[in-house]
Write a protein that binds this ligand. Sequence first.
Ligand SMILES: Cc1cc2nc3c(=O)[nH]c(=O)nc-3n(C[C@H](O)[C@H](O)[C@H](O)COP(=O)(O)OP(=O)(O)OC[C@H]3O[C@@H](n4cnc5c(N)ncnc54)[C@H](O)[C@@H]3O)c2cc1C
Length: 340
Amino acid sequence: MKVTVAGAGVFGLATALALADAGCDVTVFDPAPATSGASGVAAGMIAPVFEAVLDVEARPHFGLLLAARDLWPALAARAGVDIDRAGAMAVGSVDWLDAVAASMTRLGLHPSEVPAGRLAPGLLESLRTGLMTREDWRLEPAAAIAALRAAAQAAGVIFRRAAATGMEGADRLVVATGVAQGLADLAPQLRALEPIKGHILQVDLPTPRQVVVRGEGVYAAPSVGGLRVGATMEAGVADPAADPARAAPLAAAGAQLFPRIAAAPRELLAGVRAATADGLPLVGTASDPRVILAVGARRNGWLLAPLVARAAAAAVLGADPGRFGERLAANRLSLRPDAH
Ligand SMILES: Cc1cc2nc3c(=O)[nH]c(=O)nc-3n(C[C@H](O)[C@H](O)[C@H](O)COP(=O)(O)OP(=O)(O)OC[C@H]3O[C@@H](n4cnc5c(N)ncnc54)[C@H](O)[C@@H]3O)c2cc1C
């Protein structure tokens, strides 16, 4: 079967690889791979636990997030993606940590108290105790994009540096265009997506190996050459350009974790997440049975990618979408009245 995949973010790449492995003849279109999408600016956290604990919209989906994470080792082995399993640690005020611990316990987890500075050298000294989980992992987004792309290419996927405007001569079209609306005439469900812009700081701060640190309203994730400190959640904002005014507040928030962030060289990055009303992506057949959606990752596109790729590839192949198929179904949300 001939398949066009629109979008070379993590959803498009992972789906293209799954389809090529299933024997499809796959072409991926993207006018600006790795520069215009959200995938490249992300922190790369694969974080079912702290996303469910810290983001009320993710909480009801904890089981699904965990299941997605559990598909990562196979995808990582297939594509040559390195997964960092050092874990993640929450630090903050005693009251906040109590609330985090209670929330982790409600999820059936057993948070362990750890000496925070030992797991994250350079941490503000007053942050003595951390709540640790090794259930949250991490990857380097740029390296993972390169690895997924190389694996797809080696499996026969063709890449074209152009926007897809339709089926492009294929039997099926996978729409993995993130927040973009260019294909909404073919897939009206895209109009249910809401943009949530995110700014993040890449801080040039050589650090020893350390865990991801989650604070109150800010995180610092290890990243090549330093830390990624994020991130803003700007609902309704679709303009992907970085706004320099966002850098100082992010650096100040980061310095509440690692004081050296305040004076470290930094680069401000921005991306736009695509969100749905129920916090889960739209995956599966759209109104046109030839068109399959893989969009709407909100904060967790990297975490969700293997699960989304599996369900999207199943929809292309007419196979069983798996146990989360209905919860992800592309047709499950009604469109806003003003969305037509
Ligand atoms: C600041 C920030 C931090 C984040 N941190 C994390 C994190 O730590 N962990 C996590 O799991 N998630 C994180 N996310 C979320 C994650 O980045 C996204 O959910 C995910 O990258 C979305 O991937 P995608 O493939 O759906 O879309 P995108 O990465 O946005 O890719 C869509 C692609 O489609 C292309 N495109 C658009 N229109 C067309 C067309 N007509 N034809 C062809 N191509 C087209 C675009 O050029 C783009 O490359 C973060 C997001 C942000 C903004």
